[in-house]
Write a protein that binds this ligand. Structure first.
Ligand code: NAD
Length: 344
């Protein structure tokens, strides 16, 4: 069986908690090299696989025994490393947000096209069974059209998960590009596109750094909260909330259809609740969703490996990554300018 030979660039928490664990048990994948600017992290992750290590990603790209690269470093380097990788003929799985501007996302898509490489973005929420089921219910139109929606992703903050604690790069605009609105909100922007099967045409938002302080006890450089209004091309309206200051995690979406309210991951009692006009509830249990504390298979590595080996489109393409960033950029622009933004 042909295996996809993989290099990991960025040996931080997402690589450690999800990608490497899932690739390690994938019979169609081989972990060849681990790269991190902090050498000890690369060494620690490579050790169980007797894999090679390096500190400069360009050393991964010149290797003939590497077919594909997982780009899992700071957001500001996603575009550069992905473009260099595709120009070196490597397929790319890039973490979200795809890049720190739509312009960079477009350059990544061009590099994929020019080099005939697969470019996937780590929008793992598309692979959560509750979201797959919700999409199926919406597409079937059995309960009528979607009219409105609300979607939320809030938790205590990335400093509780990723390396660096209160001095994390996530709080520094030069490295992260955006704050909670992109870190968490981009998951939900992508999810709404995925569930509704249409684009967002118009956005309006409030965003701010309301509470979160860094290791120097200064307010962080990026927004810790954003509350956004979205209007789809066909006129559906809804809200998207992203927060790094919630005491308890909320990763829920509520879809209002003509004949049912569908609550997705909104209540520990069931993953999906379909509520009719009389209050009758149909409950579905579909395995929950990953949290920073409770990790389980995201399915992202398996999806990427299969897409590359079979030559099919992955579930979240470069175009999907671009559209997610476009929505987030629009929301933050709206918050800055104080008016609604039409997305082109
Ligand atoms: N899909 C998800 O649910 C999810 C969850 C968490 C993080 N992420 C994304 O994954 C990426 C990494 O986040 P994290 O939580 O693992 O952060 P982290 O801080 O734990 O790890 C980032 C790692 O990248 C390394 N790095 C930075 N620049 C590098 C470079 N030029 N070359 C090689 N290594 C480099 C750092 O030294 C660090 O070890 C971010 O883009 C983040 O948004 C996605």
């Amino acid at each position: 069986m042909k295996k996809l030979r993989i290099g990991i660039v960025g040996c931080g928490k997402i690589s450690e908690e999800r990608h490497t664990k899932e690739l390690a048990t994938n019979p169609k994948a081989e972990l060849v090299v681990f790269c991190d600017i902090v050498k000890e992290r690369a060494i620690a992750m490579a050790e169980p696989f007797s894999a090679d290590i390096c500190e400069d990603y360009r050393e991964v790209l010149v290797r003939e025994d590497v077919d594909a690269v997982f780009v899992c470093c700071y957001n500001n380097m996603h575009a550069q490393i992905s473009i260099d990788a595709m120009n070196a003929g490597k397929h790319v799985m890039c973490e979200k947000p795809m890049a720190i501007s739509t312009e960079l996302c477009e350059r990544m898509i061009s590099a994929a096209e020019q080099n005939n490489c697969t470019l996937m973005v780590g929008h793992n929420q598309r692979l959560v069974p509750s979201h797959i089921k919700a999409r199926e219910i919406i597409c079937s139109k059995q309960y009528g059209d979607v009219i409105t929606f609300r979607t939320t992703f809030g938790h205590r903050g990335c400093e509780y998960f990723s390396h660096g604690g209160l001095s994390t790069w996530f709080f520094k605009k030069a490295y992260s590009g955006f704050g909670a609105c992109a870190d968490l909100g981009v998951h939900k922007a992508d999810l709404i596109r995925y569930l509704l099967g249409e684009e967002i045409a118009e956005v309006s938002a409030f965003a701010g750094t309301l509470h979160k302080r860094n290791d120097k006890d200064e307010l962080i450089e990026v927004e810790d909260n954003a509350i956004c209004l979205l209007r789809t091309e066909s006129g559906k309206i809804g809200t998207l909330t992203a927060s790094w200051t919630y005491a308890q995690e909320d990763n829920s979406t509520v879809i209002q259809m003509a004949d049912r309210t569908m609550r997705i991951l909104d209540d520990p009692m069931a993953d999906i609740q379909l509520v009719d006009r009389d209050g009758n509830i149909e409950k579905m249990w579909l395995g929950g969703i990953q949290t920073n504390k409770v990790q389980f298979e995201s399915g992202i590595p398996a999806e990427f490996v299969d897409a590359v080996l079979t030559g099919r489109k992955p579930i979240a393409t470069g175009y999907d990554g671009l559209m997610g960033v476009k929505i987030i950029e629009g929301c933050l622009e709206s918050a800055r300018q104080g008016h609604t933004i039409r997305l082109k």
